[in-house]
Design a protein around this ligand. Structure first.
Ligand SMILES: *Cc1c(COP(=O)(O)O)cnc(C)c1O
Length: 404
């Protein structure tokens, strides 16, 4: 293993850097808030009573631990290594995002913050944030691009039912990037009472590390469950990548285990050639966005490009900085799956396993056959089934030409 990885668990450094990535590129006016958050997080993560409170909510509200399930028929179908699903789609609200939202809202309460803001693209993070805000009786403002509000009406309605205010953002392309900028602006003007819950392992330090730590419950459970079920560690872990939070959550507890391959699957959209994809690592270049340095989709002038994916949850134009570092050091591998491949895998998993997956993990499902073949019979591959497909049936029906 690369020598710089031997201390993997200590990442990032004091400035929030993962090698040349990450960091804290924010306006001077936001620095005090970012430092306050970092200090509060350092104290909370070392405090057993905070961990105990979080564990209690993860058990009784979120529904953890999620099962580790042997996908027997999918394994037979592909004919290679055993395929296991880490079933985070069974969490309350149907995906992994609640793990992070629960952690951050408990931290907000501990810091005495009384107002919660968030950004959302497809609306999944907005729904998870609105959920925990309802649970703790805190006002919730969700910034969302006007274009996304139109495309994601059911999630907008869910947020409203949960008592959140959805604020449309109309500048630029009116999607996730602008919503995130607007949330940052709100935070700058209301730093005293406001906590900004970021939805993926991106943003300025300490967010990438903090979100990773909250999502690492996925990998810690999977590690224990694999040892209990098979007596050994898996040969490979596979997860879909939007901003990278569910993937880093699965990968992180295995980083020190050299024999465990870590494989992230980006959204190739209509294909990696051209600009109609959301594969920031494989089709982008390093730059600075949303407070950190990482791989970004950008044109020759450094203008951020709109990502495209069949899955609205994967079209973030960047990727968490820890993935950029794992990519550069070679500790993790990154591949991609197209819209068409994800759609195929979505249907296969539904028919063979009786589990309708979200379109996001369908990208991981699209590559798991070839990975199982590489690992070979008798080996074990863990795939993070990070979300359920209920939210996607209308867009899948449309793509299949079915009228509902
Ligand atoms: C939001 C979302 C993603 C993408 O976010 P990551 O931070 O990359 O995990 C993936 N899957 C599901 C089900 C989501 O809701």
């Amino acid at each position: 293993m690369n020598a710089s990885l031997s201390n993997a668990y200590a990442w990032p450094d004091a400035e929030g850097r993962f090698g040349p990535f990450g960091g804290r590129f924010v306006a001077e006016t936001l620095m005090p808030a970012v430092h306050e958050l970092e200090a509060a997080w350092d104290a909370a993560r070392a405090d057993p009573s905070f961990q105990a409170e979080l564990d209690d909510f993860l058990t009784h509200y979120v529904g953890r631990p999620s099962p580790l399930y042997f996908a027997e028929r999918l394994t037979e179908h592909h004919g290679g290594a055993n395929i296991w699903f880490k079933r985070d789609e069974l969490n309350h609200t149907g995906a992994h995002k609640i793990n992070n939202c629960m952690g951050q809202i408990l931290l907000a309460r501990r810091m005495g913050k009384t107002r919660i803001i968030a950004e959302t693209g497809a609306g999944q993070h907005g729904v998870a944030t609105a959920t925990v805000c309802a649970r703790f009786g805190l006002p919730c403002i969700v910034y969302m691009g006007a274009a996304d509000i139109e495309r994601q009406a059911p999630n907008v309605f869910r947020m409203k039912l949960l008592g959140a205010e959805v604020r449309p953002v109309t500048n630029g392309r009116a999607t996730l990037k602008e919503a995130m900028n607007e949330a940052m602006r709100d935070w700058v003007s209301n730093v005293g009472d406001t906590f900004y819950i970021i939805g993926t392992a991106a943003g300025p330090h300490p967010y990438p590390a903090m979100v990773r730590d909250f999502q690492s419950v996925i990998g810690r459970e999977a590690r224990e469950q694999m040892l209990a079920r098979t007596g050994r560690l898996p040969d490979a872990c596979v997860a879909a990548i939007g901003g990278g939070s569910n993937a880093i959550g699965l990968f992180h507890p295995f980083i020190g285990d050299e024999g465990v391959r870590l494989i992230g699957i980006e959204a190739a959209g209509h294909g990696l050639e051209g600009n109609s994809h959301a594969a920031s690592l494989q089709g982008g270049r390093p730059g600075v966005l949303h407070g950190n340095r990482t791989y970004l989709l950008q044109d020759d002038d450094g203008q951020i490009l709109e990502g495209h994916s069949i899955s609205a949850g994967l079209d973030y134009p960047g990727i968490g900085p820890e993935h950029a570092w794992l990519h550069q050091t070679g500790r993790a591998e990154y591949r991609a799956a197209t819209d068409a491949e994800a759609l195929e895998a979505f249907q296969l998993c539904s028919k063979l396993e009786g589990i309708i997956p979200a379109l996001e993990p369908s990208h991981a499902l699209a590559r798991v056959g070839e990975i199982a073949a590489e690992v070979g019979k008798g080996g074990n591959v863990v795939l993070n089934l990070c979300g359920r497909g209920d939210k996607d049936i209308f867009s899948v029906a449309k793509h299949l030409g079915v009228e509902l």
